[in-house]
Design a protein around this ligand. Structure first.
Ligand code: PMP
Length: 413
């Protein structure tokens, strides 16, 4: 290979791309794989995807679509039958009145999020992002030249968990504010925000004329009854809401790459023009599988959620045995996000050092709260409970032993 240009044009990427953070979760997953390949007995609480493979009837439909050679381009907006199935599902569940021309099928929910953020935000705009946050909501605005304005979630203690800080959100609204982001149930905290908090957020959108990007990808992972309110339940959602969801989590279809966006039809028409210029259409065979997912048997989903509820209980009980861990019993998604500030202060490490120490000394992989993606998570660690109960118990025990050793050696010094 010859490098003979002193300042090659291919290195002239926009500055803003150099500042982008990747998704640190992926880096930790790679690290876990590396250790496993080296023969280490790794326990990974890192991954944000169900460990149960895609359900049989969905796979069968994907295979059938392939065998029928349903392998060409489809409509950019997604095949009509899938859009109708999505609208019907939402309407049945949330009493909304979504029409099939208000649905855009996308390449993953992340694709929907990027498309929507790119379509609305201009350089210099501000978007209010409750922090910690799933990174696409900070990084896509940054790439566009807009500014994510982080408002930390309120920590209400072990019994009450996390809430939206509506007062601080309102204070942060300026003439540059264009939009709000809300992800509910929430990654990484496992919070389900109270209906009153969501009503207040929607009210801010109405009063200040803001778009609300709503990510409800975990809306089937709800462990406490009657706590979840969808933005699709607001009768005026069309005027404020860009709704994002997908098949990755509910049906364990992360690799199939099917998500969707719901918005008023004229918005969807415009977003479709952007989509055709980026990806032409979502994967054809995966769309067929997604129809089977929505229209088929939901028992495997219910069984998975019940299993995850049990795992959450185990995870919380085991982590509460670790000195210095304050563990709120998460209400949704598949994460527990313990507060470890007191422990970090006693052992004199920051959260990233502690997470690295757990990997290096005990092969236990977790994610530092700072992976989401700025400072609000600095007192927390994210645990995904997408692994077996036995592994949860073993992993928590390794952490407890490590912490006890660290505290004892500190005491000796
Ligand atoms: N939103 C949130 C809050 C997520 O946690 C994830 C996946 N970790 C996504 C979106 C992306 O999902 P998809 O696989 O559908 O792109």
């Amino acid at each position: 290979m010859v490098h003979n240009v002193s300042n090659p044009p291919t290195l002239g990427l926009k500055e803003c791309i150099k500042d982008l953070l990747g998704e640190r979760g992926f880096a930790y997953i790679a690290k876990a794989k590396e250790l496993k390949a080296a023969g280490k007995d790794v326990i990974s609480f890192g991954v944000g995807q169900p460990d149960i493979p895609t359900f049989d009837h969905i796979v069968e439909e994907g295979i059938k679509a392939l065998k029928e050679r349903f392998t060409g381009y489809t409509e950019t907006q997604g095949i009509k039958e899938l859009r109708a199935a999505i609208a019907e599902y939402l309407n049945e569940r949330y009493g909304s009145d979504v029409q099939e021309d208000e649905v855009l099928v996308t390449i993953g929910t992340k694709g929907a999020a990027f498309l929507a953020l790119a379509a609305y935000l201009k350089p210099g705009d501000e978007v209010i992002v409750p922090e910690p946050t799933y990174p696409v909501y900070s990084e896509a605005p940054k790439f566009i030249g807009a500014k994510p304005v982080y408002i930390p979630l309120k920590w209400e203690g072990e019994d009450r968990g996390f809430s939206l800080d509506i007062e601080e959100i309102e204070k942060a609204i300026s003439s540059k504010t264009k939009a709000l982001v809300v992800n509910n149930p929430h990654n990484p905290t496992g919070a389900i925000f109270k209906p009153a908090e969501l009503d207040a957020l929607m009210d801010l959108a109405r009063r200040h004329n803001l778009v609300v990007f709503v990510d409800e990808i975990y809306d089937n992972f709800i462990y406490e009854e009657s706590t979840f309110k969808s933005f699709m339940e607001f009768p005026d959602w069309r005027d404020y809401v860009i709704y994002l969801n997908g098949f990755s989590k509910t049906f364990s279809m992360t690799g199939w790459r099917v998500g969707y966006l719901v918005a008023r039809s004229d918005v969807v028409r415009n977003l479709t023009k952007l989509a055709v210029n980026v990806w032409s259409c979502p994967p054809s065979m995966a769309q067929r599988a997604a129809i089977a997912a929505l229209k088929g048997d939901w028992k495997p989903v219910r069984d998975m959620v019940n299993l995850f509820r049990e795992r959450r209980d185990t995870m919380v009980a085991e982590l509460r045995k670790v000195p210095g861990f304050e563990v709120w019993r998460s209400a949704g998604a598949f994460y527990v996000f313990p507060r470890v500030r007191r422990l970090l202060d006693s052992i004199g490490m920051n959260v990233e050092e502690f997470v690295d120490y757990l990997i290096d000394s005990k092969y236990v992989v977790t994610l530092p709260g700072t992976a989401f993606p700025d400072t609000a998570g600095k007192d927390y660690i994210r645990f995904s409970f997408c692994i077996s109960k036995d592994k949860i118990i073993e992993g928590a025990k390794r952490i407890k032993d490590t912490v006890e050793d660290l505290l004892a050696s500190r005491f000796k010094r």
